[in-house]
Design a protein around this ligand. Structure first.
Ligand code: HEC
Ligand code: HEC
Ligand code: HEC
Ligand code: HEC
Ligand code: HEC
Ligand code: HEC
Length: 483
């Protein structure tokens, strides 16, 4: 057996035997936010990008025992939500004053576009439950002028008789940091609207203006008018010049929330320094891919593109819609996108601390299996067979020299000059041990790897897969590390 495999087993043994999980009942509720962040405009009398609209998802598990397996409950259970300390929105935004003009519907106070309020119940959604369109703002009742983007909601599961089975406290993230003007970029709202081309019937005076009424946005389900193009295309295309002025999270945070909210807060950011561009590409990539057929909000990055098939979404599904081990949602164990566990924000970690005693990926088998933890590997063990073939399939050849690798090696491949790409090193189980970003200066490109992981520690002896990814093109090589 090679060293990395033994290491996995050791970790799993530690995880299963050292488990001193807090006392739990017969059921657990797993709950989370679908996206990790929802943006909204606090004031929309002039124009609106997004309304208050938040989505919680949940699953209820009847825990296993020595004689039974854990069971995901689909019926016989009701899930209620509330946001303690944040019971009204109507005085914290002008949304209810503009909803009729923008969406053509008269909404009762504190009721959002789907009919959900600040308290309510979840609806069944496949193997999950979902509460869609909660009109929450980032302002609690006690201090309605202080923005708090990471508030806790409370989710309670009850049986048909109304008795509580279990509860959970997901973050319901929302930010009003959508700042064309206060970012220091545009001098005023009038300036933005007056400079918009007078095309497609655009009238800067016909306020309030919903940008997505002409510019298609799958986020709002609008199809817009043909000549206007996708909102995401227009906004990222128009602001492409930012690529040459700024890099990293700071750039995207000019519009996405934001310098104060810093919505990218998960372990991949905090521990491994990933940026928005590492997964989404830069502004030019955001718009160019739409020109080439990408549907905004629908075609998004995938965990599998870097982590490989053993750690991928279900085929054709987004991360937030995917389930893995035993039908449990990826986000239930790993957290919302952009808030992958452990998160920088203590509130994001509250659920898993309550369930397993510490922050991080939900990994204590007993949380779901009770005292009947089955033999066999952890949540991803079943899909690890065939990792090697999958890593190399469909890829062009990449030359590794020297191979076997003692200290380090160099990879040589065909590349596209001037376009950003990344080299990923995965171990035999498919885990990412290193990512190196690079922009080739010429079409024949050589990149060195020092045989170390991101923390600078030499990787263990064994088989590794190196992949050079540039757009849709991948080159790959299998290398053997000897020590
Ligand atoms: C009434 C329809 C309509 C509305 C509402 C609208 N747009 Fe547009 N927009 C268009 C059309 C049509 C074009 C394409 C103009 C052209 O081809 O030159 C466009 C182009 C753009 C462009 C590219 C600008 C350029 O100079 O080429 C941006 C950026 C943009 N819109 C942003 C917005 C924003 C932000 C909002 C909301 C404040 C908005 N639009 C609302 C119709 C609209
Ligand atoms: C100039 C403001 C602005 C900047 C800068 C900006 N965005 Fe956006 N972004 C927006 C707006 C507005 C939307 C909403 C579009 C819609 O409603 O369809 C959006 C939507 C998105 C989406 C979802 C739609 C899609 O195309 O899939 C992604 C992903 C995204 N942005 C990524 C990024 C990344 C990554 C960066 C930094 C490289 C960035 N954005 C920088 C304004 C911006
Ligand atoms: C580790 C990879 C990764 C990083 C880093 C990352 N994203 Fe994403 N992003 C994703 C994935 C995966 C999705 C699709 C999630 C889903 O909807 O299932 C996504 C989706 C989005 C969306 C669409 C809404 C949604 O959640 O589906 C927006 C907007 C977005 N990202 C913006 C950003 C911005 C801005 C940054 C930096 C501040 C960023 N992302 C950093 C992976 C990443
Ligand atoms: C652009 C490539 C990329 C994408 C896309 C990506 N990751 Fe990662 N991920 C990384 C890298 C690089 C690391 C750090 C690996 C290392 O150095 O050990 C990492 C680390 C992790 C870790 C370990 C974090 C820790 O230290 O505890 C988890 C868990 C993880 N990713 C989950 C995900 C999930 C879930 C998704 C999809 C929502 C995803 N990743 C998408 C590149 C990516
Ligand atoms: C978040 C809940 C959850 C966690 C944590 C969890 N499991 Fe599971 N597991 C399930 C569910 C649900 C099933 C599906 C049971 C069935 O087959 O109906 C399952 C099934 C399994 C199975 C296959 C079916 C069986 O009973 O033989 C194995 C093996 C397994 N889990 C092992 C583990 C191990 C080992 C760990 C810890 C490293 C773990 N699980 C952690 C929820 C979980
Ligand atoms: C029952 C909990 C559970 C579920 C459900 C789950 N995972 Fe994991 N995941 C884990 C654990 C525990 C680890 C760390 C141990 C390991 O590496 O296998 C992990 C590791 C990962 C990693 C990091 C691999 C690396 O390179 O270090 C990624 C990416 C990942 N999972 C993606 C997913 C995706 C995508 C889904 C849904 C299809 C999913 N996970 C479902 C528990 C889960």
């Amino acid at each position: 057996m090679s060293r990395p495999v033994r290491w996995t087993l050791l970790l799993m043994t530690l995880a299963t035997t050292a488990a001193a999980i807090p006392p739990l009942g017969e059921h657990v509720v797993l709950s989370w936010n679908d996206l990790g962040m929802h943006c909204m405009n606090q004031y929309s009398a002039d124009f609106m990008v997004l309304p208050p609209f938040n989505n919680l998802q949940a699953q209820v598990i009847r825990r296993g025992s020595a004689t039974s397996k854990p069971l995901l409950l689909a019926n016989g259970v009701t899930l209620e939500y509330s946001i303690p300390g944040n019971t009204t929105s109507v005085n914290k935004t002008d949304f209810w004053a503009v909803a009729q003009a923008i969406f053509g519907v008269a909404l009762p106070p504190d009721i959002g576009l789907t009919g959900k309020g600040l308290t309510g119940t979840f609806d069944p959604a496949g193997t999950m439950f979902e509460a869609k369109g909660i009109p929450v703002t980032p302002f609690n009742d006690a201090e309605p002028t202080v923005e708090r983007p990471y508030q806790l909601a409370l989710v309670i599961a009850r049986n048909n008789a109304g008795a509580e089975l279990a509860r959970s406290t997901p973050v319901i993230p929302v930010s009003v940091e959508v700042n064309c003007v206060s970012s220091g970029c545009h001098s005023s709202i009038n300036n933005i609207l007056n400079n918009h081309p007078r095309e497609g019937g655009f009238d800067p005076a016909a306020r309030p203006i919903l940008c997505a009424s002409c510019h298609a946005s799958p986020a709002l389900g609008t199809t817009g008018i043909r000549e206007a193009g996708y909102f995401s295309f227009r906004i990222h295309d128009q602001h492409q010049f930012l690529d040459s002025r700024m890099t990293g999270v700071e750039l995207c945070n000019k519009c996405h929330p934001g310098p104060n909210t810093e919505c990218l807060r998960g372990a991949m950011r905090e521990r491994h320094a990933l940026t928005c561009q590492d997964c989404h590409g830069n502004m030019s990539n955001m718009s160019r891919t739409i020109e080439n057929g990408r549907v905004p909000w629908v075609d998004e990055p995938s965990c599998g593109s870097c982590h490989g098939a053993a750690y991928a979404e279900q085929p054709g599904k987004l991360y937030r819609m995917s389930t893995g081990h035993g039908g449990v949602a990826c986000e239930a164990c790993h957290g919302s996108t952009h808030a992958d566990f452990p998160s920088r924000e203590p509130n994001d970690n509250a659920n898993n601390i309550a369930l397993q005693g510490y922050a991080g990926t939900l990994r204590e088998c007993a949380v779901c299996h009770g005292d009947g933890v089955p033999q066999g590997g952890g949540p991803h063990a079943a899909s690890m067979a065939g990792v090697g073939d999958e890593m190399l399939r469909g890829a062009r050849l990449m030359k590794a020299f020297p191979n076997p690798v003692r200290t380090g090696c160099s990879f040589t491949m065909d590349a596209r000059a001037g376009e950003a790409g990344r080299l990923l090193i995965n171990d035999a189980q498919g885990r990412v041990v290193r990512m190196i970003n690079a922009t080739p200066g010429s079409a024949r490109f050589t990149l060195a790897w020092d045989g170390r992981d991101r923390d600078g520690v030499r990787v263990a002896a064994g088989t590794y897969f190196a992949r050079w990814q540039q757009g849709e093109r991948t080159s790959a090589a299998r290398v053997t590390v000897v020590r």
